[in-house]
Design a protein around this ligand. Structure first.
Ligand code: ADP
Ligand code: MG
Length: 337
């Protein structure tokens, strides 16, 4: 495992939205390593900093967002320090992104052909070569009648086909890293499954690495070999996917798991409350107000991210107590009774 090559190393990344009246600490000291061939998942509820972590990697933050600290080493080079021109050369060619809503990535007034052609712009290919490659990409992502459909506009495609077209464009230059931000969240379940299977298949065929952002632990289970659970702009637990599902340690991870059906729970529980507002000063553990185990230090001191077993990191003051409860959520009387 140790001889695998590191592709991306995110070190203490801090991405803030610095406004006139408030600063939103969207990503607040995130670190992780992605090895070549890895599928790494970032999971957590809405507003926890997953998308801004991805956008930071691509250098595509919206105003007034900016990286205020840390490094993003891609093949050893720090993306944070690259010029916009250098980033444009990396985007698409080496790192590509797909989104939840393909219409934000596709241009509604251009036929798909033009949009795939654009991806080959810097390749120096002739028109005939571009056409051949475009047809090849359309076939690769499973769009039938590619020659005909290349002439159509995005609105003529169904949701699933649009997602496939976006994937074709994103992967046209054979990037080494694909960043996928909730790519199937807007699709219905059967189409969702087809797109995830397609991404997995293309990842294997093209030898890519993947970072998958999702609020859905089922997607993580299906797609990722390693996973980080994010809460309030920070990683609260990180380990391999098998361990996360068999031995979740952080109360937030356990609560997330209890909110998806696995056939074992007597009842599903949504996590009460919401993640904190990231423009407010947070004292103590950000999850404490929603945590059944929280006590004392949880309300005064931020727990550090500690390695509790090789490769398994978590951020919690009350792990010894959490350990004693094998169920995902202890009954109130078990804890305090
Ligand atoms: P998610 O985990 O749902 O992908 P995001 O990474 O999009 O969450 O958001 C993290 C935080 O950044 C949220 O608190 C969100 O409100 C904030 N944020 C996102 N975009 C902006 C913006 N343009 N201006 C200010 N805050 C923003
Ligand atoms: Mg998001």
């Amino acid at each position: 495992m140790e001889d695998r090559k590191v592709l991306l190393e995110v070190k203490d990344l801090k991405t803030y939205f610095v406004g006139r009246h408030e600063t939103v600490k969207a990503v607040n000291g995130v670190s992780f390593t992605l090895y070549e061939g890895d599928s790494f998942g970032l999971v957590g509820e809405s507003g926890c900093g997953k998308s801004q972590t991805l956008r930071s990697i691509l250098g595509l933050l919206k105003q007034p967002g900016r990286i205020v600290g840390g490094q993003i080493l891609f093949r050893g080079k720090d993306l944070v320090r690259m010029s916009p021109k250098q980033m444009r050369e990396i985007r698409g060619a080496q790192i590509a992104q797909i989104f939840q809503e393909p219409m934000t990535a596709l241009n509604p007034v251009l036929p798909i052909r033009k949009q795939i052609y654009e991806a080959f712009e810097r390749s120096g290919l002739s028109k005939a070569e571009r056409e051949a490659k475009s047809v090849e990409m359309m076939k690769l992502v499973g769009i039938p009648e590619p020659e005909k459909r290349l002439g159509e506009y995005p609105h003529q495609f169904s949701g699933g086909m649009r997602q496939r077209a976006m994937i074709a464009i994103a992967l046209a230059e054979h990037p080494a890293l694909l960043l996928a931000d909730e790519p199937t969240t807007a699709l219905d379940v059967t189409i969702q499954d087809q797109i995830l299977t397609l991404i997995e298949q293309l990842k294997g065929e093209m030898g890519m690495s993947l970072i998958m952002v999702t609020h859905n632990l089922g997607v993580i289970a299906q797609m990722c070999n390693r996973v980080a659970v994010m809460y309030a702009g920070r990683i609260v637990e990180m380990t391999d996917t098998v361990t996360l599902f068999s031995k979740p340690r952080h109360p937030y991870t356990k609560a997330l798991m209890n909110s998806i059906p696995n056939g074992k729970q007597d009842q599903l529980e949504t996590i009460s409350g919401t993640p904190p507002n990231l423009s407010m000063e947070i004292v103590g553990c950000p999850f404490a107000p929603r945590c059944r185990y929280a006590e004392g230090a949880c309300f005064t001191t931020l727990p550090g991210l500690r390695e509790i077993e090789p490769g398994h990191l978590t951020r919690c003051h009350r792990l010894d107590v959490v350990e004693q409860f094998t169920g995902l959520i202890p009954a109130e009387e078990e804890l305090h009774g």
